[in-house]
Design a protein around this ligand. Structure first.
Ligand SMILES: Nc1ncnc2c1ncn2[C@@H]1O[C@H](COP(=O)(O)OP(=O)(O)OP(=O)(O)O)[C@@H](O)[C@H]1O
Ligand SMILES: [Mg+2]
Length: 307
């Protein structure tokens, strides 16, 4: 059978990685900040696996410790205890096998789209004709072909996010880690970006760990959901999202199975947020948002007390 051409930026598994090793594995990870007397535990006894090639979404209350976990998996920080493995190898620092896209833009304002996308390979001294072509194809693939010579200030918010995706993917990571990458975009742009990214990621065999506080976004994207506990965080529940692909955000609204999943996830999140609230944490916004949604009927007439 003829092999199809891989899409731009598609990944090949690292040949030296142990066979069948999960793409990401956390074993009993703790993370505390501060000195012993004023120490704050943010992550406690956190263990989970992310299968290679899967789309895993981490969802949890605001302030739970999700971004802390992202920094640990990215290798920007070290755990206080426990072990983190990526493709079967212990994480000892940042690596190009993992690319992180944060909510805050990381594009250099003085560089054009093309220069921003070329930055990673250039900084490593690996800017070959092949990486240049890959960069150009990725810029086309994210729909910015006509904006190659524009600066970030000349791009809309959605375009900037797409440039960031191309800038990460040009490094051919096996794992993409996205920490609320579309937070702050207007509702329509966010919807388009979600559908766009879902299609893009299904083309490659890349592993995705995507962080959000938005349950609709989570169910739309995920093969598997990790519902996180209130700080100090760990996995409260791992839930398989057995909905067929391709999905449509609007289609999920009327989908019974999607709504069952949503109710289940929201009830878990509500319990975690309420614990945070009771402990004086910063989940008050989440509870208020939940009440608003319940009042607007978007939870099928359920009240906060029903779930
Ligand atoms: N460098 C740090 N030093 C001290 N405390 C920190 C540090 N980073 C995070 N924390 C603590 O960890 C808590 C969790 O932060 P984190 O950003 O990981 O949460 P989050 O789940 O990503 O929240 P959000 O949904 O709002 O992005 C913070 O409220 C803060 O108290
Ligand atoms: Mg965060």
């Amino acid at each position: 059978m003829a092999e199809s051409t891989p899409p731009p930026g598609a990944v090949t598994r690292p040949s030296q990685s142990p066979i069948d090793a999960p793409a990401i594995e956390l074993r009993g990870v703790d993370k505390a900040y501060g000195t012993r007397r004023a120490s704050r535990e943010v992550v406690k006894g956190c263990s989970f696996c992310v299968d290679a090639g899967s789309f895993t979404v981490m969802i949890g209350p605001s302030g739970a410790g999700k971004s802390t976990l992202v920094r640990l998996v990215a290798g920007f920080e070290k755990p206080t205890r426990g072990e983190i493995l990526v493709n079967g190898r212990p994480v000892v620092g940042p690596g190009r096998d993992r690319q992180v896209v944060f909510q805050e833009t990381a594009l250099f304002p003085w560089m054009t789209t093309r220069e921003n996308v070329a930055y990673g390979p250039r900084a490593r001294g690996e800017y070959t004709p092949e990486t240049q072509r890959l960069g150009e194809r990725l810029i086309e693939r994210v729909g910015l072909g006509r904006f190659e010579t524009k600066y970030p200030s000349q791009l809309s918010g959605g375009m900037q996010r797409r440039a960031e995706l191309a800038r990460a993917m040009v490094n051919r990571p096996t794992v993409m880690i996205l920490d609320e990458p579309f937070r702050g975009l207007d509702a329509m742009t966010k919807k388009l970006m979600l559908e766009y990214y879902a299609a893009l990621s299904r083309e490659s065999q890349r592993t995705n760990l995507f962080v959000t506080t938005d349950v609709d976004e989570a169910i739309f994207l995920a093969d598997r959901l990790l519902v996180m506990r209130h700080i100090p965080t760990s996995v409260r529940a791992a839930i398989d999202v057995d909905l067929p692909h391709p999905r449509k955000l609007t289609g999920l609204v009327a989908h019974d199975r999607a709504n069952d999943l949503k109710r289940h996830v929201l009830s878990l999140l509500h319990e975690e947020a309420a614990r945070s609230f009771a402990a004086g944490g910063n989940a008050a916004d989440f509870v208020a948002a939940y009440r608003l949604r319940a009042a607007s009927g978007s939870l099928s007439g359920q009240t906060l007390e029903d779930v």
